[in-house]
Ligand binder design. Sequence first.
Ligand SMILES: Nc1nc2c(ncn2[C@@H]2O[C@H](COP(=O)(O)OP(=O)(O)OP(=O)(O)O)[C@@H](O)[C@H]2O)c(=O)[nH]1
Ligand SMILES: [Mg+2]
Length: 224
Amino acid sequence: MAETRIVRIRESVLRENRVQASILRKRLAASGVVMVNLMSSPGSGKTSIILHTIAALRERFRIAVIEADIDSTVDADKMIAAGVPAVQIETGGFCHVDAAMAQAAIQELPLNTLDVLFLENVGNLICTAQHDTGAHVNVAILSVPEGDDKPLKYPVMFQAADVVIVNKTDYMAIAEFDINAVRQRIAVLNQAVTILPVSCRSGEGIADWIEWLTARITSVAGNR
Ligand SMILES: Nc1nc2c(ncn2[C@@H]2O[C@H](COP(=O)(O)OP(=O)(O)OP(=O)(O)O)[C@@H](O)[C@H]2O)c(=O)[nH]1
Ligand SMILES: [Mg+2]
């Protein structure tokens, strides 16, 4: 009997994407630009974190933002209103940004006038973590109302992250959320990751995030 042949398209697509992402990462570094990719479920606080970060770092770094959503320019409009260049990727149904999409968006930006490029990925805790975008820094945001079990259910996101922001800590008092359990669950998946509790509402922890990010941007920029 003839043997069934399996065509592993998914693996080859992901491999091809990793190659493209690696080329893009080097190209950005050569241009002196550090790309920071923010990933989370819808509504966890990606846009809020970026807006706080722009306010804190705009005097020090020249910043632009790539926004990605299935539809709409809502978040890109907020960035432009904040006074930074922004482009919107409308993914047309795709639930993540890949290196080719990031590359296409970057072509719309004045790369040689930038130091830091934020990429707000599509709100999704699964596919985004599986696709290398070419970013130098990968940020996962978990918000308190989502629950402390997310590292158990979506491990790839927490493996892919350099830093996990636990946002909306102002909900901690009313939500059943065990931050120590989150720390232990993430530690099993990724021992190199930094975990930063933050509230975009109260401002708690924002200074720690800015300090961590500034050190990482400086380190990436210094290693190019
Ligand atoms: N209470 C509280 N609300 C917050 C905090 N951070 C963000 N929010 C609110 O949560 C909602 C979603 O925040 P966004 O920053 O738009 O979240 P997002 O991840 O960019 O959402 P999508 O782009 O739709 O995936 C908004 O109403 C924010 O004002 C926080 O720390 N505490
Ligand atoms: Mg957003």
